[in-house]
Ligand binder design. Structure first.
Ligand code: ADE
Ligand code: ZN
Length: 324
């Protein structure tokens, strides 16, 4: 089954590039850029990846991203992820990046974007992996800062297909970004948002109604609202679910408690994703394997989940036909 899941053609729709920064690469980039890390070894750093909640993870994730300085660093980060995609038969990707994590520390927006998009172009040319890049706003920062980021992106909209919303969900509801999302949609960008990860089902409803998103990231707390579950199913609003992330951040105590297959049975268009694989102990195939081991996912269910990842991707119609 492990080999079957690895070889199953898949798309990944919820992956933070900064969350694919493996400790080994973090140490290599720290050395290259003359930065001193507060951990003495890769092992010591990995041991710190023991989280009680989303915020504990985010604190380390933002710290780790500080080693990313040059365009080549962003290229190397993205390329390392693409090599994993190649190895796991991931044919299409829609990765996230958090420009504010970098611009706040003085790294120019264009440095980040050029490094990432050069790697994505090489992925298409070298491996035939198609992609669409999604720029996320950090929801713990202000609306004005999100607007400033959108403005920075405006000259480069040929390199970005959509916007997202991530970081601390508690205390930062979707409505805070209503006007930024409206503006981005006017500019022709697609929209997604993290909602119902640690926050309530209402955040999922609000992301759909107020931000008018095309897809929801996580969304597992939607299960608390049966009417919302029915609505997500009938309106075919897909959820990008991240099983290993949810157990590592204690959204669910154990994989056996995870609700992804329950939602699949209720007709919700769920997909499997890895979120921040360097921090949560596994890439996309590992997430599928965890569902098999922890929830008894069948081959048929795995095929349906992979099919959903193509169907609810933002790939161009002609590419979607090839993928499906
Ligand atoms: N940024 C990176 N991973 C995230 C997650 N799982 N939730 C919110 N923000 C994130
Ligand atoms: Zn995420």
């Amino acid at each position: 089954m492990d080999q079957f899941l690895n070889d199953l053609p898949k798309a990944e729709l919820h992956l933070h590039l900064e969350g694919s920064l493996e400790p080994e690469l973090m140490f290599a980039l720290a050395e290259r850029n003359g930065i001193k890390l507060s951990y003495s070894s890769v092992d010591q750093l990995r041991q710190a990846y023991d989280f009680e909640n989303l915020q504990e993870f985010l604190d380390l994730y933002y710290q780790g991203a500080a080693v990313l300085q040059t365009e080549q660093d962003f290229y190397d980060l993205t390329w390392a992820y693409i090599e994993r995609c190649k190895a796991e038969n991931i044919l299409h990707i829609e990765p996230f990046f958090d420009p504010q994590t970098h611009t706040e520390r003085g790294i120019p927006f264009i440095t980040v974007l050029n490094g990432i998009s050069r790697a994505l172009t090489d992925a298409e040319v070298k491996y035939g992996i198609s992609s669409g890049l999604i720029m996320c706003f950090l929801r713990h920062l202000s609306e004005a800062e999100a607007f400033a980021t959108l403005e920075q992106a405006e000259p480069y909209l040929d390199k970005i297909i959509g916007i997202g919303l991530d970081s601390s969900e508690k205390g930062h509801p979707p409505a805070k970004f209503e006007r930024v999302f409206a503006k981005a949609r006017e500019m022709g960008l697609l929209a997604v948002a993290h909602a119902g990860e640690e926050g309530p089902a209402q955040n999922v409803t609000d992301a759909v109604d107020i931000l008018k998103v095309d897809r929801i990231d996580h969304g597992v707390r939607a299960i608390d609202d049966p009417e919302l579950i029915k609505r997500l199913a009938t309106e075919k609003i897909a959820l990008t679910v991240c099983p290993l992330s949810n157990t590592r951040l204690k959204v669910f105590d154990d994989m056996s408690q995870h609700n992804i297959l329950k939602m699949l049975e209720q007709g919700v268009k769920v997909t499997v994703n890895s979120d921040d694989p360097a921090y949560f102990g596994g890439y996309l195939t590992a997430n599928f394997i965890a569902l098999e081991k922890g929830l008894g996912m069948t081959k048929e269910q795995a095929v349906q989940l992979a099919r959903n990842s193509f169907e609810y991707s933002f790939a161009k119609p002609e590419r979607k036909l090839e993928l499906l």
